[in-house]
Design a protein around this ligand. Structure first.
Ligand SMILES: [Zn+2]
Length: 465
């Protein structure tokens, strides 16, 4: 199979938000019923014997008067206060207290909100969402909780749900520019560029921070560019994808793309054991428009939940398009599965190629002919080895051969992992990265051996080829 052109497929991660713009969590707290206790709980500022005494006292009272619901609320409010004060401790330290409070006051808005906050605090966004959603069933007017729930959805890249929650929050907090900005970011991801501009222009009305103003204006500019460049696009939507085609390209590419994408969807999501709960955007641009937008020379790019392809490459033969889309779709699934924790370049590009080759050539062992030659000459004959943490440096080289070497080094690492530890190791690898672990730990979770040892195994694997 003759490969036509170098796929330097780039992927960009969205800067989720600037560090100073973290949401404020833990601001809705349960109050005791007893007036005196209400005063006492306000004064408690640290974990001390006073707090413990009150809790022990209330436990005793509840034990003796088990049908008194007010007493239960009093005890629960102090248990939750303790959880709040020791929120920096590992989750396990708080779980028992939360469960004890749950036994006292099921279906309580404040309990579920703080439970969500605790999970949010340790980046367990899916769990946080479960608790926030329960809180919102208990109290649909809990707009702060709705805002936090939106943040958690945003972190999980579920922009549709995030926007839904942000809208609830904004009903009562119409001047919160940060949430307006994030509602704009969600709309951008959902390709609703008019809405993006609307939210962002509102955000500008209330924003005083110069850095944030710059970011908001930047997003408005990008949305307006999209509006201009996707004007006249034909759209097509199915259960997994939203497709946009420039000009008349849907006539040429529409059916082929839909069919290919369904195969790719099944293969990649099964392979990586991850089903996204959002639709992925695929946009075919006129070639000139694409290169006006793309930040670099590339045959396509995956950015957040959007895959952008210039038509010049989209018009190549069927096998080529399928490989290209498989490659980019793999990047998208890796992004979603790792929940905003960036997987290293070698993991991204290695897996993207592995699936590209599996899907376009029928086997991950058959690679592009130009890569095959370099693999043979540089890696096997001359024993070139690129340490995995150097892959991204090679990827940014001005030498085209270095860039190809970086892709090959990534591919080799993934092939080696597959041969030695089975394809199921990739699920473990990405799951570990998605928990916020560094690559050393993630490789250990996937293979059982250290990162260094794994890199030595790659050298041995190449020698045996
Ligand atoms: Zn790529």
């Amino acid at each position: 199979m003759k490969r036509l052109l170098l796929i330097t497929a780039l992927f960009f991660f969205l800067t989720l938000y600037p560090a100073q713009s973290e949401p404020v969590i833990f601001f809705d707290q349960l109050k005791p019923v007893d007036l005196e206790l209400q005063e006492q709980i306000k004064k408690i500022k640290s974990l001390d014997s006073n707090l413990e005494n009150i809790i022990d006292n209330l436990r005793l009272k509840v034990k003796n008067d088990n049908s008194n619901n007010n007493l239960k609320i009093d005890l629960a409010s102090f248990l939750l206060k303790k959880v709040y004060l020791q929120r920096e401790l590992p989750y396990e330290n708080n779980e028992e207290l939360l469960l004890e409070a749950y036994d006292l006051i099921q279906d309580n808005f404040f309990l579920e909100t703080i439970w969500g906050d605790i999970y949010f605090h340790i980046d367990e966004f899916e769990r946080a969402i479960e608790h926030y959603e329960t809180a919102l069933i208990c109290n649909p007017n809990g707009v702060n909780t709705a805002g936090l729930c939106g943040w958690a959805y945003f972190k999980n890249q579920n922009y549709e749900k995030a926007l839904e929650k942000f809208d609830i929050y904004l009903n009562k907090n119409f001047d919160d520019y940060l949430i307006l900005f994030f509602a704009g970011k969600c709309s951008f991801q959902l390709e609703d560029y008019e809405k993006t501009v609307e939210y962002c222009e509102k955000a500008l009305e209330f924003c005083k921070d110069n850095d944030d103003i710059e970011d908001i204006e930047d997003l408005i500019r990008k949305a307006k560019e999209h509006l201009a460049s996707t004007e006249g696009f034909t759209k097509d939507e199915d259960s997994h994808f939203v497709l946009s085609f420039a000009g008349a390209s849907k006539d040429d590419l529409g059916d082929l793309t839909s069919e290919s994408l369904e195969d790719i969807y099944d293969e990649v999501t099964n392979f990586l054991n991850f089903d996204p709960d959002v639709k992925i955007n695929v946009i075919f641009y006129l070639t000139d428009d694409y290169y006006k937008r793309a930040e670099n020379w590339s045959a396509a790019q995956a950015c957040g939940i959007t895959i952008e392809v210039p038509l010049k490459y989209g018009y190549k033969d069927e096998v080529y398009v399928k490989g290209l889309l498989a490659h980019e779709f793999t990047h998208t699934i890796i992004n979603l599965k790792t929940k905003g924790f960036n997987a290293p370049t070698w993991v991204h590009e290695g897996l993207a190629q592995y699936l590209e080759y599996s899907i376009s050539f029928g086997s991950p062992e058959i690679i592009r002919s130009d890569y095959e030659k370099i693999l043979q000459k540089d890696f096997i004959e001359e024993e070139l080895f690129i340490p995995l943490n150097k892959v991204s440096t090679y990827m940014n080289s001005s030498e085209r051969r270095d860039i190809k070497r970086a892709y090959i080094a990534s591919y080799i690492a993934i092939r080696c992992m597959s041969d030695n530890y089975g394809e199921q190791s990739f699920d473990k690898l990405l799951t570990s990265i998605g928990k916020g672990n560094d690559i050393e730990r993630a490789v250990k979770d996937a293979t059982g051996i250290s990162y260094d040892k794994f890199q030595n195994e790659i050298k041995d694997w190449v020698k045996n080829q």
